[in-house]
Design a binder for this molecule. Structure first.
Ligand code: ADP
Ligand code: ADP
Ligand code: MG
Length: 664
């Protein structure tokens, strides 16, 4: 019995990198797998060896157990770590790994199976004395039996998919009239998402807390718990911010939930790291929700308060080592909080964002850990989970951990893709969060759109727009050939009034300015901003407003400008450049001025169009932009479809003017 020699991680992104980090520290070899979309991903470069999985869709790649086992055998791996998501809770995959003579870094397949059906798991837990919420199987019940089941549980009830995960397949039912429809639609969703249409009814707890217990078990019968995590800050029943310890759990409750979790794990013969998820009701009662038979996304908060490396213990346990006194005697020191940074737009119903991540850097300040799946110039693909990174802060107290985490997030440089960063920073700043009043309804009481907007002080976008305009001006001067010989300082050259129209923060802003020899007159949307300009370049604008000096970091990429300052970050695009084909493009080419997504395609290839007719609606910088025909003619090429992501400069369509098209 010993540690594996070479581990294949059957996963991608953040979790693959996380597992590799521990393997490297322990001198264990690493093997990555990658889809065609991930050929250049950081997790691939970090591994000793990497095996390609042809295709892009998860069903062709990361969900193909046969290919993954084959990859392990071909690369000389002797163990497989499944990460989370994908096949991590697939008993058949675990069996295939074991059957191939490889070590499975996870629980026994029987334990995965026992917890794989939430319905069966609840029954088993109840029998073992672990509290569960009232409810039962809704499959195949006639009208009366179904209504009796829900009435017994007591409205409101939740209709849940037994095989569910990732917050999907749930329907809240407040009155009997909605029950039958909810069951039917949950069944359909469960069938298509999980291949198992079994649904059950469960008592719905209003504004509960999600508290879960980390467990660790070895092959020698030792099962311990490593305290709790509170994961109540959720959107769409999915976790956003997690912490340990929970502000709602005292020593007495910790003891009780810890015992329940150990009982749950022991009941199914659990081995390895797992999580028992509980609902904590407002009156302090708890009930078993489900067990996740894998490493969890939020495991780092437990690592930071216990000082243990959970991946290391997964490896040790898989190799047959018993839990050491360091584990069995673990204690909590300080407080840790994790925020999940997603490429998604909270202002648009958390819609996932994709595209080129031009810059991605988060400083690992004291006490801050960053587990990321991306780096500068990574591509955020639409095919996989939109989580970019987790930022985790540890400090002696909860207050300090909150401040460290907020500072790390606020100081992050993230360009090219919309994220939930502002929302996260704003949540951390709320009184309710800071005083520990966190329950799963937090983001219903606090509107995410308002929270996102509130993150930046009033006037920030205008000041950022001013800086962007000044930086663009400086950039033009620096790159204009006629100015090459001119003195570099802009102050030597008083300018005519200039105008720059920018799109940012979901609106258009017009900046008018004139640079004098030693003064600048500037207005945004007609409102003057009194500022003293120290210097402006394409990289930085240094200015003073109301006696306060601001250094604003600038990054210009084509028509896109990112401003980062102590006030927050704003992305702008210089507008409008929709009908401005570059010299190398075919006449009539319509190009995307900035990265965005195609909302609608209003024409088909070959259509005859009138000048000004709507062709495509593009959404970029949180605004919809109609792309219209520059002339009457024929759509000779249509390069995009609705829903597609486009990069700045990409050709969307070509309209050949009427006369040419006729002649050709
Ligand atoms: P947790 O409680 O650990 O957040 P989830 O069930 O929400 O558990 O899923 C864990 C993580 O695994 C998700 O955040 C996501 O990153 C990833 N994941 C879940 N399902 C999938 C899937 N089908 N494909 C890819 N990744 C997935
Ligand atoms: P998943 O497998 O998708 O993680 P869970 O059963 O763990 O499903 O539930 C996910 C989330 O949904 C919980 O964290 C909680 O916020 C909410 N939830 C689930 N069941 C209930 C319930 N009975 N009452 C209130 N909220 C619930
Ligand atoms: Mg869950």
């Amino acid at each position: 019995m010993s540690l594996p020699r070479r581990v294949l991680v059957a996963n991608r992104g953040e979790v693959a990198r996380r597992v590799f980090r521990t393997c490297r520290r322990l001198g264990i070899g690493t093997v990555a797998v990658f889809s065609d979309a991930d050929a250049d991903a950081p997790h691939v470069h970090e591994a000793d060896l990497a095996v390609r999985l042809r295709g892009v869709a998860p069903t062709d790649t990361y969900l193909r157990g046969d290919l993954l086992v084959d990859a392990a055998l071909r690369s000389g791996a002797d163990a497989v770590h499944p990460g989370y998501g994908f096949l991590s809770e697939d008993a058949a995959f675990a069996r295939a790994v074991i059957g191939a003579g490889l070590t499975w870094i996870g629980p026994p397949p029987e334990a995965i199976e026992a917890m794989g059906s939430k319905l069966a798991a609840k029954a088993r837990m109840a029998a073992a004395g672990v509290p569960v919420l009232a409810g039962g199987d809704a499959t195949g019940l006639d009208h009366d039996a179904l209504h009796a089941l829900a009435a017994d549980a007591g409205y409101p009830v939740l209709v849940k998919a037994s095989a569910g995960g990732g917050g999907r397949g749930m329907r809240l039912v407040r009155t009997a009239g909605e029950l039958a429809d909810a069951v039917r639609s949950a069944e359909r969703e469960a069938e298509s998402a999980f291949g198992d249409g079994t649904v059950f009814v469960e008592k719905y707890v209003e504004a509960p807390r999600h508290v879960e217990v980390q467990v660790l078990a070895d092959r020698h019968g030792n099962v311990v718990h490593l305290f709790e995590r509170e994961c109540s800050i959720q959107r769409r029943h999915q976790k956003l911010i997690e912490e340990s310890p929970s502000p709602a759990v005292d020593d007495e409750l910790r003891e009780r939930i810890g015992k329940a979790a150990v009982t749950a794990a022991a009941e199914v013969g659990y081995v390895g790291a797992g999580t028992v998820e509980l609902i904590l009701t407002p009156d302090g009662e708890f009930a078993f929700l489900e067990m996740n038979t894998r490493l969890q996304v939020e495991h780092p908060v437990t690592e930071l308060v216990t000082g243990l490396d959970l991946v290391e213990w997964q490896l040790r346990v898989a190799g047959g080592e018993p839990l050491s006194p360091e584990v069995t005697g673990a204690a909590v020191t300080g407080h840790a909080i994790e925020a999940r940074l997603y490429a998604e737009d909270p202002a648009h119903d958390y819609r996932p964002a994709t595209g080129a991540l031009h810059r991605f850097s988060i400083a690992e300040l004291e006490g801050v850990r960053v587990d990321s799946g991306v780096e500068d110039a990574s591509t955020v693909s639409p095919h996989y989970d939109p989580m970019l990174a987790k930022v985790i802060a540890w400090a002696p107290t909860r207050d300090e951990a909150i401040r460290r985490l907020a500072a790390a997030l606020a100081g992050a440089r993230i360009h090219g893709v919309v994220t939930n960063r502002d929302l996260l920073v704003s949540i951390l700043g709320q009184d309710d969060f800071q005083s520990g009043r966190t329950d799963t309804a937090f983001l219903e009481r606090h509107d995410p759109v308002a929270l996102t907007a509130a993150r930046r002080p009033a006037g920030t976008v205008r000041l950022h727009a001013a800086a962007a305009a000044l930086a663009v001006q400086a950039h033009r001067r620096a790159t204009a050939t006629t100015w090459r010989q001119a003195p570099s300082g802009w102050r030597n050259s008083p300018s005519q009034p200039q105008r720059c129209t920018l799109i940012g923060d979901g609106r258009e802003l017009e900046v008018n300015y004139a640079l004098g020899r030693d003064a600048v007159q500037l207005s945004v949307d007609g409102e003057a901003i009194a500022l003293d300009l120290m210097s402006a370049s394409a990289n930085e604008v240094d200015l003073e407003v109301d006696g306060v000096r601001h250094r604003l970091e600038v990054s210009i990429r084509g028509a896109t400008i990112d401003i980062d300052s102590s006030l927050g970050s704003t992305s702008f695009a210089v507008a409008p450049r929709f009908v401005e084909p570059g010299s190398q493009l075919a006449a009539g080419s319509l190009i995307a001025p900035m990265p965005g997504s195609v909302v609608r395609v209003a024409v088909a290839q070959g259509d005859t169009v009138e000048a000004g007719q709507l062709l495509i609606v593009l959404e970029a910088m949180k605004m919809e932009h109609p792309v219209t025909a520059p002339t009457s003619g024929t759509v000779t090429s249509l390069a995009v479809t609705a829903g597609q992501q486009v990069d700045g400069g990409q050709v969307l369509a070509v309209v050949e003017p009427a006369s040419e098209a006729d002649g050709g």
